[in-house]
Write a protein that binds this ligand. Structure first.
Ligand code: ZN
Length: 134
């Protein structure tokens, strides 16, 4: 894995959280994007080499809505940049980690993504992401 690409934070209301994180990080949100497949609205901030991704659910029974209902707002996942997502998925699956998707999915911010089940990672949801070459 190359580096922590971003940290994902589950929020109830992007319109309140975007200005909050702009103040906190002292930088403007550089992108908002809807990920249809996950039914989430996302907002991205840069902090040095890494990013912060805010996630708001688009419906009441989406993954982010259910997460907030159970655990409240807060840290949702850590995303690591990888060079070759398929090779990394194969390696991790061989090591006994459970992949939540068996083929890479199109995620936010022009990435191929795969999530690992938190039950094998000390309760932390891990995302692998590979930049899509244009
Ligand atoms: Zn993410």
């Amino acid at each position: 894995m190359q580096k922590i690409e971003h940290i994902g934070i589950a929020v109830k209301d992007l319109s309140a959280s975007i200005p909050l994180f702009e103040k906190l990080l002292n930088t403007a949100c550089y992108k908002t994007e809807i990920v249809e497949s996950e039914k989430v609205k996302t907002a991205f901030f840069e902090s040095g080499e890494s990013k912060v991704e805010l996630l708001e659910s688009m419906n009441d029974d989406g993954v982010i809505a259910r997460y907030i209902e159970k655990k409240g707002e807060g840290m949702h996942h850590i995303a690591f940049a990888v060079e070759n997502i398929e090779a990394e998925m194969q390696r991790l699956s061989g090591e006994g980690f459970q992949l939540l998707n068996t083929t890479p999915k199109i995620g936010a911010d022009n990435k191929l993504v795969c999530f690992l089940h938190p039950k094998n990672t000390n309760g932390v949801l891990i995302e692998l992401c590979q930049e899509i070459e244009n």
